[in-house]
Write a protein that binds this ligand. Structure first.
Ligand code: ADP
Ligand code: MG
Length: 238
């Protein structure tokens, strides 16, 4: 479904991705962990060219992601940001509908129906008419997930979706992600929520300093990690 091959990125001569390769099958959830500054966000952003990689190749369902097809590819890769990125001047309904209409070219009635479906799926059927500022952070993040889902993505990327939330609001967002993982959504999730990683991840990837240090199933990573660095990180965080 997604194949990332030897992706590299430097900022001002400083390499922050030093040859990253991994792949993701349909229906898989991979959780990406690692210290701050290890390159997790840069890697996610490179996958859909929000940041253009210096080298390497990325394939979505066999089609290479390139400058020339990036608009079409972006419509197939959903991205959920730490800070929600909702349009503050639009209602919840319009936030979930606008890309369906402007990017996917859907008719308004079809987009509206789908928006209501996805809002229901994330538990916000009653908030369609609200504005983002009237919602809690957890609710805003769930709207942003509904917006991504309404685009029928082949892959969903999450960059620390609960990091901007008060602790009591992370659970409602984690539960939605867990439900998506169970339903077979294909996703890459950068998160510090280790309970989510344990329960939902098919594989955990540990990144440090621009490299993938280790990857494996949650059972192996949490109990029998080969790498001292992974163990040290998990001891602090888990
Ligand atoms: P993480 O998400 O793991 O915390 P990032 O991918 O955000 O790591 O950052 C990796 C490194 O790249 C950091 O040293 C960061 O300062 C640097 N970096 C990220 N984005 C930029 C940018 N736009 N310009 C310059 N340096 C950047
Ligand atoms: Mg980051």
């Amino acid at each position: 479904m997604l194949d990332v091959q030897d992706v590299r990125k430097a900022y001002d001569g400083l390499e922050v991705l030093k040859g990253i390769s991994f792949s993701l099958c349909k229906g898989e959830t991979k959780v990406l962990i690692g210290p701050s500054g290890s390159g997790k966000s840069t890697l996610l952003r490179c996958i859909n060219y929000l940041t253009v990689p210096d080298a390497g190749r990325i394939y979505l369902n066999g089609e290479e992601v390139l400058d020339t097809n990036i608009d079409a590819i972006r419509a197939r890769i959903g991205f959920v940001f730490q800070d929600f990125n909702l349009f503050s001047h639009l209602t919840v309904l319009d936030n979930v509908r606008i890309c369906q209409i402007k990017v996917n070219g859907k008719r308004k009635d079809a987009a509206t129906e789908r928006a209501h479906q996805e809002l229901e799926r994330v538990g916000l059927a009653d908030k369609a008419g609200a504005y983002p500022a009237e919602l809690s952070g957890g609710q805003q993040q769930r709207v942003s997930i509904a917006r991504a889902l309404a685009m029928d993505p082949e892959v969903l990327l999450f960059d620390e979706p609960t990091s901007a939330l008060d602790p009591e609001l992370t659970g409602e967002v984690v539960r939605v992600m867990q439900q998506l993982a169970t339903e077979g959504m294909t996703m890459v999730v950068v998160t510090h929520e280790m309970s989510f990683a344990r329960q939902a991840a098919d594989e955990i990837i540990f990144m440090e300093n621009g490299y993938i240090v280790e990857q494996g199933s949650p059972e192996i990573m949490f109990t029998d990690s080969r790498q001292e660095r992974t163990r040290a990180f998990l001891n602090v965080i888990a």
